[in-house]
Design a protein around this ligand. Sequence first.
Ligand SMILES: Nc1ncnc2c1ncn2[C@@H]1O[C@H](COP(=O)(O)OP(=O)(O)OP(=O)(O)O)[C@@H](O)[C@H]1O
Ligand SMILES: [Mg+2]
Length: 398
Amino acid sequence: MFLNNNSNYPIGLDISDLSLKLVQLNKIQNKIKIQALSKVNLSEGIIDNGIIKNQAELIKAIKTLIANPQYGKVSSEEIIACLPETKTFIKLIEIEKTPNPLKEVINQEIEKHIPMSLDEIYYDWQIVKNSIDKQSILIGVTPKNIVDQYASLLDQAKLSIIALEIESISICRSLLIEEAGLSLISSATAIRQNPPKIISKAGNYGIIDIGATRTSMIFYSKNTILFTVSMPISGKQITNNIADTLELSQDLAEKAKIFCGLDKSKAQGVIKNILTDIVKKLIEKIQESLEFYNSHFANCGALEQILLCGGGANIKNLTQIIKQATNTEVKIGNSLINLAKIDEEFLKIFNEECIFDLNLLKKNNHISQKPLSITQDSSSTFSTAIGLALRGIVVDEM
Ligand SMILES: Nc1ncnc2c1ncn2[C@@H]1O[C@H](COP(=O)(O)OP(=O)(O)OP(=O)(O)O)[C@@H](O)[C@H]1O
Ligand SMILES: [Mg+2]
């Protein structure tokens, strides 16, 4: 008799402006493993700031991604996808208990925070903490037109939608041990009221997702997201700055960025110097957000760690620079922390090679050098897709 080991779990699909990423997980004997994984870059203009501009091209790219993954085989047509981060809102609010129905009170609160009317949005909420006179409630809001656009896209691609999720929730689920298994806000249409199970060792984290087109910082304390803040940095902006300053092609600027980052010993610090202003603004925004956290959530205690994810987490020396500026432990988050221990061979699927010819940077230097090559671990760019796929196992299975 043949045993079919193919997973029935839904695909996690991270739809970003400039890339699509897919992860399908499988659970065998209680071990969660990657069954399929893939990434494809999207040309500019297909999705613009989260809004789908060319549905036909996007469907084509999704179909290619599913049919020909870089690793493994996709065995499901069910999808859990994220909604564009810049279009969604998630925040923990505290409300006084009143005799009025909770839904009414939440509606009033949402109207205070969101510049849209209630009939233009979908929202979910969940009671996180209940005391005698107050309640802490996590609310998540997405504009209806965005949800409808993504739902229609996946419908047209002949995929069946299990959930559309706010991205910061997926990121926390992939990076934090205490998060896998907890249900925060589940889907744009379902309302969940079950308070999460409290796990005693749950910590306080800042998570910075540095993507190609945007960056956000999530503040998370003891099993719940508190709020998220948008940060003034993106991979594309950095590459453009390098390309403009050094008059390089985008491709070469991208390689210079990956190879040198903020390391002053690389290319005589040329790239680091170009990035100084961008990094200064990022640090200022992190510090400002930390002050907000410390003053508004003093009862949560100090952040224990700042975790970086997204491709920009790999910027050379960035963890050290944020650590110095914040006096907090900073590291690249482990997107694979909630999966079964992955062997060396398997880790190679995350390897990305970058070959860089330094001679092209120093136009007037006649001493020629051999092209350099580095291999980097791209698992941090898969945090969202892994978190989405994990949801199919740890939340929807509950
Ligand atoms: N070593 C590195 N140093 C600097 N930047 C890097 C490095 N590796 C990858 N990147 C950048 O990371 C970005 C891609 O990250 P990621 O895949 O997280 O973005 P995305 O999810 O497609 O975009 P977004 O989240 O903004 O929609 C690119 O801009 C890429 O240049
Ligand atoms: Mg991203």
